[in-house]
Design a protein around this ligand. Sequence first.
Ligand SMILES: NC(=O)c1ccc[n+]([C@@H]2O[C@H](COP(=O)([O-])OP(=O)(O)OC[C@H]3O[C@@H](n4cnc5c(N)ncnc54)[C@H](O)[C@@H]3O)[C@@H](O)[C@H]2O)c1
Length: 331
Amino acid sequence: MTIKVGIIGCGRQAPKHISGYQAYGNVELTVSDIVNDSALALSEKFSTRVMSLDEIINDPEIKIVSVCTPVNTHDEIITRLVENKKHFICEKPLSTSQSKLDSINAKIEKNNLVGMVGYIYRFASAFTLGKKFIDKVESSENNISESIDKAYFRIGGPGSHAAWQHKKDQQGGAINEMLVHMLDLMIWYFGNIIDIYEVKKQIHYPARIINGKTVNADAEDYVLIRVKTEKLVDVTIEADLISSSFNQYVNCSGKKSSFTGSIQKTIPTCLGAENSKLDGPSVHIHEYRNLYIDQMKYFLDCVLKSNKHDKCTLEDSINILNSIQRIQNFN
Ligand SMILES: NC(=O)c1ccc[n+]([C@@H]2O[C@H](COP(=O)([O-])OP(=O)(O)OC[C@H]3O[C@@H](n4cnc5c(N)ncnc54)[C@H](O)[C@@H]3O)[C@@H](O)[C@H]2O)c1
């Protein structure tokens, strides 16, 4: 049977979601955007149908929806989707409101739905390899001082894609756009934040030229945090919207083991370990892979085959939001 899927928001992320659905096969896609011309252009490129948001929400045959709109629209769109019993995958971060996240989560559980958030780094082979290695190090070390005890997470990009990315009231900024990805990895690897040592937030470029217009940026374009996590790892994360091109990597180390990995295929994964029971030292080169194919397959298999949904869950987003709130409130 054909799988009917709605895509809401036809900007930068939507084509990536579409590529994942089309690779899964047997899908009929319907796109929607508040700017109808954007929906029409995407529809022409990928041979999809076009509908309004209301039409998608009221169509009983569309049970699966991707939300690819700016952050400040997510709460309302997702609430309407879950009230109308649609499974969804929403781009990160899902919400910046604790009460909205709790209410959406309760409705998902009540209506027995799959609600997933697009933390795409979870699908990168470098980071799944890193997770296995770190877990192995942790379980093989008898002496806690020998396990991984410090980590540095880096992510940066140029920003200036859309005005909302740099506006506080539209939930833009380096925290929501970039840092959240690294917080998700940090919590996955090392647990939640238990202590904060330092938070630095800055606006380096208050005037941005975006689509030929000057935009007054009032959301941070640089953030640095240093925290301690539940697994007693000292973690520094640096995220920005000021780098000349996208760059990202993670480096974690203890006295006798280390892991370096990136979502960028130009950076190999390096595992280093003195313990002979571990896999290191080794170097892994990753071929290019469209991670959205894996992300959409995971999501669709959770919906259609009732596979266990334990990746990029609402609970993960609640943990990430708790961390963000602690970071925002730190003086
Ligand atoms: N996973 C990643 O690596 C990654 C990368 C970039 C962006 N994102 C996230 O994806 C989301 C979208 O970002 P983007 O860069 O694609 O944004 P974008 O500005 O390129 O596109 C957003 C689209 O949504 C439309 N839109 C706005 N409000 C709408 C509404 N109420 N109903 C329907 N359409 C609406 C806009 O007209 C626009 O076409 C954000 O949450 C962002 O943080 C994720």
